[in-house]
Ligand binder design. Structure first.
Ligand SMILES: Nc1ncnc2c1ncn2[C@@H]1O[C@H](COP(=O)(O)OP(=O)(O)O)[C@@H](O)[C@H]1O
Ligand SMILES: [Mg+2]
Length: 195
């Protein structure tokens, strides 16, 4: 068992599972939280992440394949690739691809909830969305607009072509972009932080 990543909310290990190397995303106990709330959060987020990964996969959104799931741990396919945030520059064509996969996710009736370059991986099969821990099954236009807002802030200059391909691929893209503009005008949106 090797530690792949130590996040604020979970640790990811590589393990052997029925002969294959897979990732185990473990939500461990957080001592600073009241135990009851802690259990509820870890269990709820694990269940939500599993459900959303499966739903996204069924809709044709590129995500790591889920292998198994227990109360506080998800087991999924390891992608050979790199997180976009770690790249010095974003390769040509990638912003357009992000727009397309986000449109597909939203059209599948869900939002990501933490849609930044830290949660997108460029792998052998192309762009993949990871980390569904804050995802929700909802058709909320505001929720969709916040996904766009987060990627706009984290991507920077590649954003216009992302938005263009999002609007082209998404059934309600125009409505979402109008909502995004409205949120930006309000100028009060605070990025959600991990509890
Ligand atoms: N399927 C995967 N294959 C390879 N590396 C992964 C995979 N999923 C996550 N990682 C690595 O682990 C890191 C944290 O994963 P993530 O699911 O975003 O957890 P956190 O909730 O801690 O942000 C990612 O930035 C990436 O480097
Ligand atoms: Mg993450």
């Amino acid at each position: 068992m090797r530690l792949l990543s130590q996040g604020a909310e979970a640790e990811i290990y590589t393990i052997r599972f029925i002969g294959n190397k897979v990732a185990a995303k473990v939500r461990g106990r957080k001592k600073y939280r009241v135990e009851e709330l802690d259990t509820e959060l870890r269990e709820g987020r694990t269940r939500r992440e599993a459900r959303c990964m499966e739903r996204a996969h069924r809709a044709g959104v590129p995500v790591p394949r889920l292998v198994a799931c227990s109360r506080f741990t998800l087991y999924f396919e390891i992608l050979e690739g790199v997180v976009l945030k770690d790249l010095e520059s974003i390769p040509e064509g990638v912003p357009r691809e992000i727009g397309r996969v986000l449109a597909k996710l939203h059209d599948a009736g869900m939002i990501h909830g933490d849609f930044t370059t830290a949660n997108l991986m460029l792998a052998e099969n192309g762009l993949n969305i990871i980390d569904f821990g804050l995802s929700e099954i909802t058709k909320s236009v505001e929720g969709r607009a916040i996904d766009l807002l987060l990627i706009k802030r984290s991507l920077g200059k590649g954003y216009p072509s992302l938005e263009q391909s999002y609007v082209k691929s998404c059934s309600e893209g125009d409505v979402v972009v109008s909502k995004l503009k409205e949120i930006e005008k309000r100028g009060r949106y605070q990025i959600r932080t991990i509890t």
